[in-house]
Design a protein around this ligand. Structure first.
Ligand SMILES: [Zn+2]
Length: 117
């Protein structure tokens, strides 16, 4: 039994941020997104709960993560848009960014759109 490790597998390692004219920057999702916390040690981050919501248009996964450095909890919200996924399926082109990552605090207040995965 190792549910925590399974939850860790649900989290993409990186997100990509669009930098206007300077292309995309890759950032690690192994970091605490709470204010005033600079924890980027995955060993101090403990995913402990997952919620999944699915409808016709999108699939949303919420991963609850406890930060052992600041003691806070934050939520990574991973939103996958199905319609985009479908339209790229039949082509050989690189799929467009289909997933959006947001960070939420424990009360589900939006901490910001992090990027794409
Ligand atoms: Zn923290």
């Amino acid at each position: 039994m190792n549910d925590d490790e399974d939850l860790r597998d649900e989290i993409p390692s990186y997100a990509f941020i669009s930098l206007a004219r300077r292309g995309m920057e890759k950032i690690s999702l192994d970091q605490c997104f709470l204010k005033n916390c600079d924890n980027d040690d995955p060993k101090l981050l403990e995913p402990f709960k997952k919620e999944e919501i699915e409808n016709d248009k999108e699939q949303i996964r919420k991963i609850y993560i406890k930060c052992k450095k600041c003691g806070g909890t934050y939520i990574l919200k991973l939103k996958t848009l199905k319609l985009i996924a479908k339209s790229t399926q039949d082509t050989d082109e690189e799929p467009l960014s289909m997933g959006l990552v947001y960070a939420l605090d424990e009360e589900e207040n939006n901490l910001g759109h992090i990027g794409y995965f």
